[in-house]
Design a protein around this ligand. Structure first.
Ligand code: ZN
Ligand code: ZN
Length: 141
């Protein structure tokens, strides 16, 4: 269990490093934009193309940024190894893949207390923000 926590923290650190890197890129991009609007009076086709490329780069960076931020939010949800004492007779299987939880599998528990395999729920939460069982909101935008 402590091994799994370490793994999660290093995952999280990796994403935080990436976010930091992207913030640095943003600042560089911001300088480019600031300097390019200064000579907006001599705008020609070349600089219009440049602005379009900058806009595309910004959109790409923005999409990447929100995906990374979502991954960080997902990784912050508690996860642990499944063991027989955890079962308590309530939720014994993952509603996403319909398989029973097996001992030592990594299970993520949502704030609504519904549980899923980490791989199953993480994939779901990349494109959904609510619990697949009760629709309670899990990821706040
Ligand atoms: Zn599953
Ligand atoms: Zn739920």
């Amino acid at each position: 269990m402590s091994h799994n926590n370490n793994l999660n923290i290093s995952n999280l650190r990796h994403h935080v490093d990436r976010l930091q890197q992207m913030l640095n890129d943003w600042e560089e991009l911001n300088e480019v934009i600031t300097s390019s609007t200064e000579d907006v009076s001599n705008a020609d086709n070349d600089s219009l193309l440049n602005d379009h490329q900058i806009l595309e780069a910004m959109q790409g960076a923005c999409d990447e940024f929100s995906r990374d931020l979502r991954t960080v939010k997902i990784n912050m949800l508690p996860s642990n190894e499944y063991n027989i004492e955890m079962s308590n007779g309530d939720q014994l299987s993952c509603a996403i893949c319909i398989n029973d939880f097996l001992s030592k599998e990594i299970i993520r528990t949502l704030p609504c207390n519904h549980r899923f395999h980490v791989e199953c729920i993480d994939k779901w939460l990349q494109s959904n923000s609510t619990c697949p069982m009760c629709r309670a909101r899990v990821i706040h935008e």
